[in-house]
Design a protein around this ligand. Structure first.
Ligand code: HEM
Length: 495
């Protein structure tokens, strides 16, 4: 008892002081958030749901109800104009649909990718994921070095050499569809094109035959899990910072109303810390691990072949090995870095293309007159030939318009974002430096301002004689950080 009272005597002032520090820290943070609001509130934008959470409750509500958050971005762009602001904690994101600003920022190498999102994708729930690979690299020098080494695996000379594989896999898909048609069963087109795109990337990028139309494999599920995990994980960033504030609040019993006037539950745990979600979090980690261990195995086999002097293709895998250290003894970080790029290409090279194909097939199904026109063009150009050559592709003009129109309405990688450190004037609005800028091609592609009657599927918008969209159509992003696989994807998809 005596020991306890001595402890209390000593601990009480320390605890009081500790709580005092917590209150001061929390109030200082609130003041900082207030300062950020004052700095950027002259930019038009929707009213915040809450002082601290900013607009994130709106997005969380949409996601919870299975809605499309990008429709909200579109609604706000229509309402607040080409430059509007959203907040979350002390972060400010400026959403831009002005073509001039899109050109100025995306075409320049001086604006790094936004650290808020891209640093987060280094790992998923603690398991390394895209690391410092090509999509997530933020340091210009490091990115440029990788990109130069990877470029040859995407040159038109190299792509010509891949036509055999593209043709062979397309033929297998046709055989499979013929079987399904004979059996008069429904064909799940998204599943089938997912299998084929994964088959192709595994074969031409990594030299591995998966033959997923015949064999089952854990990879399609692993990719899907990683992608779902990515969305949940990035969403958690709001909660992570918030959690720290909330812990302070709970400790010092600040009334809940002080925190938020919104409908969100301010005391809910971040997704990953909620014990209810353990199973899902582990599944995502496991999926990342599967991709990385597969990468380690395939890279190991390729390195052995190279060391034995075997002839190896100059494919993506060989280039990935070159992007890491050229030294005999690679460090552990070099090995991890190769795996970053392995996962990057495995994911970037598959899902985007499969989704584009699936959306394209859906729209062709909805528009028999467009389908007829495509069929006629294919018959005229390809006729009875079994194999489609690289040069044939240039003749399939209407088909390429259909593919472009698909990506206008359904951009399968929705956008990109950059950090802007210095002050800038966008569309006449002065924006103090230190903000992120978000370019959303779903929004630009669906704005009446850029595309008349935007929800109408009309491939003639991309007719060779039609005016080219001016920095309002960028499904592959633009400038130095635009998609490395753009031509690869379009060639493979056309075949
Ligand atoms: C329909 C198909 C595709 C679409 C719509 C697409 C779209 C995009 C977009 C929007 C970006 C920029 C991402 C960002 O800034 O965060 C990007 C980057 C990238 N994509 Fe694609 N992509 C497609 C297919 C592919 C394929 C097939 C590959 C590889 C085989 C690939 C590899 C990459 C890489 C490596 C980057 C990073 C480029 C860099 O920063 O240097 N993509 N893609």
């Amino acid at each position: 008892m005596a020991v306890f009272s001595v402890f209390l005597t000593l601990a009480t002032p320390a605890l009081t002081f500790f709580f005092f520090l917590l209150i001061v820290a929390f109030l200082a943070y609130c003041l900082y958030v207030r300062h950020i609001h004052m700095k950027y509130d002259h930019i038009p934008g929707p009213p915040r749901d809450s002082f601290l959470l900013g607009h994130s409750p709106s997005f969380l509500r949409i996601m919870k109800n299975g809605g499309v958050v990008h429709d909200k971005f579109l609604e706000w762009a229509e309402k607040y104009g080409p430059v509007y602001r959203i907040n979350g904690l002390h972060y400010v994101v400026v959403c831009v649909s002005s073509p001039e600003a899109t050109k100025e920022i995306l075409m320049s190498p001086k604006y790094p990718k936004d650290k808020f999102v891209y640093k987060k994708l280094f790992s998923l729930f603690g398991q390394r994921f895209l690391g410092n690979g090509l999509v997530t690299a933020r340091d210009h020098e490091k990115w440029y070095k990788q990109r130069r080494i990877m470029d040859p695996a995407f040159s038109s000379v190299y792509l010509r050499g891949l036509m055999g594989t593209f043709n062979e896999r397309a033929e297998k898909l046709m055989d499979k569809l013929a079987d399904v048609a004979d059996s008069k069963k429904e064909a799940n087109m998204l599943h089938l094109v997912n299998c084929v795109t994964l088959d192709v990337i595994a074969k031409v990028a990594f030299g591995v035959d998966l033959d997923l139309l015949k064999n089952s494999s854990p990879f399609p599920k692993a990719i899907e899990t990683c992608l779902k995990g990515m969305v949940t994980y990035v969403r958690d960033i709001f909660f992570e910072v918030l959690l720290q504030c909330l812990l302070l609040c709970m400790l010092i019993c600040l009334p809940r109303t002080l925190l938020s006037e919104c409908h969100a539950k301010p005391f809910s745990l971040p997704f990953q810390y909620n014990p209810k979600n353990r199973g899902y979090v582990n599944e995502v980690r496991e999926a990342c691990r599967l991709l990385r261990t597969t990468g380690a195995k395939w890279i190991g086999e390729r390195k052995t072949a190279m060391q034995n002097g075997d002839e190896v293709p100059k494919d993506i895998l060989t280039q990935i090995i070159k992007t890491a250290s050229q030294e005999e003894n690679m460090t552990e970080e070099d090995e991890e870095f190769m795996l970053d790029n392995f996962v990057t290409f495995f994911i970037a090279g598959q899902e985007t293309t499969a989704n584009q194909l699936a959306f394209c097939i859906m729209e062709l199904g909805r528009h028999p007159e467009i389908l007829e026109k495509v069929k006629k063009e294919v018959d005229d150009v390809i006729g009875m030939k079994c194999d489609i050559s690289y040069d044939d592709l240039g003749e399939l003009v209407y088909l390429s318009q259909v593919l472009k129109e698909t990506l206008r309405i359904y951009p399968t990688a929705v956008g990109t974002s950059r950090d802007v450190a210095e002050d800038m004037v966008i569309d006449g609005i002065h924006i103090p430096g230190g903000f992120s800028v978000f370019f959303n091609s779903y929004v630009s592609g669906r704005m009446e301002r850029f595309f008349k009657d935007p929800l109408r599927f009309d491939p003639d918008r991309f007719h060779p004689d039609a005016p080219k969209p001016y920095y309002c159509y960028y499904p592959f992003a633009l400038g130095p950080r635009s998609c490395l696989g753009q031509n690869f994807a379009q060639v493979r998809m056309t075949v």
